[in-house]
Design a protein around this ligand. Structure first.
Ligand code: NAD
Length: 255
């Protein structure tokens, strides 16, 4: 059976638990014919355990995206496994506790800086670390949470996502000449580890219960995974710098 990712080699970050959006992207990518490689943070053992639940075996490489040595060694490790890459999934977000949950006005810059480094700047550093592997062009896909609004509790992850969204547009600008597309999925709330680490996340998620045009399932990361796979495929050949909402349509609805 043919799939929309037949013959594609994809690097996927962010597989931590079965609730990770990236786990569902990885599963769907394999089902659609891709060869994948996973990166792991903080420990490969966690990701290796979850990877056993994927349809096919896959290699796991340790990668702290804020560690320059890890980034410098990435391309050689991936080349040894897959020979090259046709796509990258950036499914990474982190902010220290004092940058979340209503502490916005008191957060020190050090914590803001960490959130920006891991959640936004890393889209550029990961893409550039992998660029030598994408000689025939490729598709970079990241994950945002709509940065147009000041959501309850989300605090400095909001400005970090705004920076991610802008970084994606600049990557689209600078990498278009190499036929590398860069797009984001703007997902609605999903009850992953990252989400659960935000104190008061349920307040944020409750907005979807009352306002989402399509019924939204907090426990279902698959729709976001499908959006990622679609953007990795050849079915968005002239789309770059774009943000596709997989949010039940909430972004289109007024208060
Ligand atoms: P998750 O906790 O499963 O994934 C977050 C990932 O970030 C983890 O795999 C973690 O290992 C990784 N990470 C954190 N620091 C890292 C570092 N220094 N180096 C490398 N990796 C690091 O949660 P998720 O919800 O699947 O999050 C994936 C992406 O989706 C994030 O960008 C998140 O902001 C975004 N997103 C999540 C939601 C949601 O409600 N869960 C909504 C919209 C967008």
């Amino acid at each position: 059976m043919s799939g929309i990712l037949d013959g594609k080699r994809i690097l996927i970050t962010g597989v931590l638990m079965e609730s990770s959006i990236a786990f569902h992207a990885a599963k769907l990518a394999q089902e659609q014919g891709a060869e994948i490689i996973l990166t792991a943070f903080p420990r490969p053992t966690l990701t290796e355990r979850i990877a056993k639940k994927l349809p096919k075996p896959t290699t796991v490489i340790e990668l702290d995206v804020s560690n320059d040595e890890h980034l410098a060694g990435l391309a050689d490790k991936v080349r040894a496994e897959l020979g090259g890459l046709d796509g990258i999934v950036h499914s990474i977000g982190f902010a220290p506790q004092d940058a979340l949950g209503g502490n916005f006005l008191e957060t020190p810059f050090e914590s803001v800086s960490t959130a920006m480094h891991v959640s936004a700047y890393s889209l550029k550093s990961l893409t550039m670390a992998c660029k030598p592997l994408m000689e025939n062009g490729g598709s970079v896909v990241g994950l945002t949470f709509d940065a147009q609004f000041a959501w309850p509790q989300y605090d400095w992850m909001g400005p970090a996502k705004a920076a991610l969204e802008s970084t994606s547009r600049y990557l689209a600008r600078y990498l278009g000449e190499d036929d590398i597309r860069c797009n984001l999925i703007s997902a609605g709330p999903i009850g992953s580890m990252a989400a659960k680490s935000i104190p008061g996340f349920s307040d944020l998620a409750a907005v979807w219960d009352s306002r989402s045009p399509l019924k939204w399932e907090l426990s279902d990361p698959e729709p976001a995974g499908k959006g990622i796979v679609a953007l990795l495929s050849d079915w968005f050949p002239k789309t770059t710098g774009e943000i596709i909402h997989v949010d039940g349509g909430l972004h289109a609805i007024g208060a």
